[in-house]
Design a protein around this ligand. Structure first.
Ligand SMILES: Nc1ncnc2c1ncn2[C@@H]1O[C@H](COP(=O)(O)OP(=O)(O)OP(=O)(O)O)[C@@H](O)[C@H]1O
Ligand SMILES: [Mg+2]
Length: 321
């Protein structure tokens, strides 16, 4: 069976999504390029990547909204497109919140949720969900009058209303303030505690690190790393990052030889050094550079994060195109 390069073996557990060598293209643009992945029952799985990486495309194939050009996909043991009845059965078991949802503006929050509830044979109590998502005050408000954060919460509520086994959340917190983000994070955590499998996409490394048991990093349609957030950070081989700016030329190799520096990279004027202990290593770095007449400014240090993993793997930041 083909596997992605440099990826650890899949952990134990029952896969609820199994995809092999998925290729999805829009005309000549290959948006997902050979995705092989198992998502396990009960995990919160994150697809992390920059704009245009192929996250939405991949998730829309899982949701049955797009057909892959090649490759195979099994979801809850079923395959999209075998029969209308099979597809309808599968839809009953999934919850979907798209990256952008356009609800009818003249319906109220309650009416929208009731409408979505009617699509499912089973499901959750509408009033409980409204309370869970903090939408009580907006119960009778028209959707056209909701803020961005309230709309996102409504989209999540509609995805939850059928008590799905797998829920797909495409950038559930993009553009939200910290309080609205926290409400959504807590709702996702409650879902996972209840045994629901969550597949989410995000640009936010802290969201992936907080919510996800495993994260797949996707760039230009390819899965380039897959592990727990802590496992991914461990691949850096150093726990802290020192960043600074420096005028003039200085050989990268010389910086790499400074004791305590595990790795060093340069992006424009920005130097990025991976170290085990910045308090111990920083004086040596500054001394070495100033002894050579180099002027260093805007020095900062931080604990290594998924963003650093992403930069290390791709040479660009999560915010870059
Ligand atoms: N309907 C479409 N027709 C043509 N190209 C598309 C279409 N949808 C997406 N693409 C292209 O496919 C690539 C992957 O897009 P996709 O929306 O899957 O990325 P993404 O990772 O979800 O990005 P974002 O973080 O911005 O949501 C991009 O180059 C995008 O321009
Ligand atoms: Mg997207």
């Amino acid at each position: 069976m083909p596997t992605n390069n440099n990826l650890p073996p899949a952990p134990e557990g029952t896969p609820v999504i199994r995809c092999r060598d998925l290729v999805v293209a829009y005309g000549s643009l290959v948006a997902v390029n050979g995705l092989t992945l198992d998502i396990l029952r009960g995990e919160c799985f994150g697809l992390l990547g920059p704009n245009g990486a192929g996250k939405t495309t991949a998730v829309e194939v899982f949701e049955g909204l797009l057909r892959p050009r090649t490759g195979t996909l099994e979801i809850l043991g079923e395959t999209w497109g075998r029969s209308d009845a099979g597809d309808r059965r599968l839809r009953q078991r999934l919850g979907v919140a798209l990256q952008e949802t356009h609800f009818p503006e003249n319906l109220t929050v309650f009416e929208i949720i009731r409408l979505f509830r009617s699509f499912y044979r089973g499901g959750r109590e509408i009033n409980d969900l409204i309370a869970l998502m903090g939408l009580e005050e907006k119960r009778n408000a028209r959707v056209g009058k909701l803020s961005g954060g309230q709309r996102q919460r409504l989209a999540l509520t509609c995805a939850l209303v059928g008590a799905p086994e797998i829920i797909f959340l495409d950038e559930p917190t993009t553009g939200l303030d910290p309080q609205a983000r926290l409400t959504i994070w807590q709702a996702v955590e409650a879902l996972v505690r209840d045994g629901c499998t969550v597949v989410l996409t995000t640009h936010y490394m802290e969201e992936a690190a907080r919510l996800c048991q495993r994260v797949g990093i996707i760039d230009s349609g390819r899965l380039i790393a897959l592990d727990s957030p802590a496992g991914l950070v461990r691949t850096l081989g150093a726990g802290e990052i020192v960043e600074f700016k420096m005028e003039g030329e200085f050989p990268l190799e010389s910086v790499r030889r400074i004791p305590g520096v595990h790795r060093a990279e340069k992006r424009d004027r920005q130097w990025i050094l991976m170290v085990n202990d910045s308090a111990q290593t920083l004086p040596g770095i500054l001394n070495t550079l100033s002894a050579q007449g180099m002027r260093v400014d805007s020095v900062s240090t931080h604990q290594a994060t998924l963003e650093d993993v992403f930069v290390q793997l791709t040479g660009k930041g999560l915010g870059d195109e």
